[in-house]
Design a protein around this ligand. Sequence first.
Ligand code: URA
Length: 290
Amino acid sequence: MKLLLFISHNGGISRRDAFGKVRNGDVTVNGVVEREPSRAIDPMADKVMLSGRAVNSKEYAYILLNKPAGYVTTCEAQFDQSGVLCLLPPDWRHLKPVGRLDKDTQGLLLLTNDGILANRLAHPSFDVNKIYHVRVVRRLEFREKERLEKGVVIEGTKTAPAQVENITFDGNFTEFDLTIHEGRKHQVRLMCHEVGHDVVRLTRIAQGPLKLGSLKPKAWRVLTGEEIALLAAVGRGVPVKYSSKYSPRKSFKNSTQQPFKNSTRQPFKHSTQQPFKRSPKKGQPGRKKT
Ligand code: URA
């Protein structure tokens, strides 16, 4: 967002006055005088002062995007054609994704400038459920389902209990919904890999109280007031009062965590484009492109 717009919108002055203030040297960004009104600022991270008074973002915005595969959620790529922010209109491009999705993962991505809420949702202590619709090669056997649910060791640590539901098998691929309560990097792909399955499609369909619903890929919508209220209550059962008194629950201690032991599988390589080239065993179908 441009400095001029940020100040006029949040500092209660006209654009002309804001322009004058910036040019006069009355505005600082992170403690340094800024005389360029078109300078891009990050309303969540930059500290803007106008004539010695802090200017804070007045409005919080909450957008739910159906992220298509092929776009990254990292902020470094935010102005680049491969970043999710380029899927939003310019007015929303100062928002930040809450958590991350792999480049090849699609589905529900929340973007906001509400830093407090973003931290809560991303923090494991709030135990926010995430539901992924997963498509894997070949049949998911009962014992593999059980392992996913009880927890598997990935990168040296056991995953928290998870739920596998709505399983369907079409002869080549299994699809199911996996509910996890953590947000570890590449977690779903790693978990499936650990039980012997390559993920060929991964879609996040829910995060806490938010549901992807029928939103089309690349489409976005503003959260409803009810959804914002539900999000604010996440993890505590009471609405958040955006104050410094807020104290998160004690750190989530996963009693099932165990040191890395007895894993026979190769470590996951971070390329999600080409997951695990395992040659199909005799009598098993190979991976098909979806
Ligand atoms: N788990 C993954 O493996 N990838 C994602 O993008 C999200 C969860």
